[in-house]
Design a protein around this ligand. Sequence first.
Ligand code: 13P
Length: 247
Amino acid sequence: MTTRLVIANWKMNGDLALIDAMAQAYPQSSKVDVVVVPPSLYVAALLAAAKNRFQVGLQDIGQHQGGAHTGELAATMAAELGVAAVIVGHSERRSDNAEDDAVVAVKAHRALEAGLMPVICVGESIEERQAGQAEARVRAQVEAQAENLVGGRAVAIAYEPIWAIGTGASASAEEAVAMHRAIRHALEQIAPDHADGIRILYGGSVNAENAAGLFAHVEIEGVLVGGASLDTDQFAAIIRAAEAAQG
Ligand code: 13P
């Protein structure tokens, strides 16, 4: 069975006190992969606190390999520090920073060439879902990443319906499973030799209560957790739910 991947996306939240609290609270997990993604400024402190009990990621990465790009971070820098993964194409970045699929593809490529795992976010708006266009929208977003999916390197796709992010209204397990199957089908067509190795995560109002119901489905190979990852007890409970489903 695929090893489930549980990712905490702190977004623009957290502080040194939370790093301390989280480092104490996270159980060592041998059954599932855990990645904690703080704001970039806190990466070094979190890496020190993690002591290899979990991995650390970035919420975004620069499009360039380096040079005169004030304020940007290079994937190679993150790799040098020991960062394992980079979230790219989160819907908040797509909307706040006008990042389109082409920009997301460049960022995923930069992550891959530095040896980091890109966690590529896709997801439809409520208008697209109501118009019956959710699968087509998500499929197009996945297809735009084709070059990053065919190489056989570690990649994850995070399905995050925009209407479920931060709203408390998670997609139902059935809605998530249906979309994960559609994404799996697209991956099999795009990268027939490597699709099996690409984990598909769900994100959007995942919490300690609904995690087990999501993990009950083999299609949900991990979760990307926002708000609930800021609560040490909740995030530990989500990790335990993933472990229980792992068997
Ligand atoms: P919430 O879990 O707060 O809905 O956020 C989901 C998300 O955007 C994770 O990247």
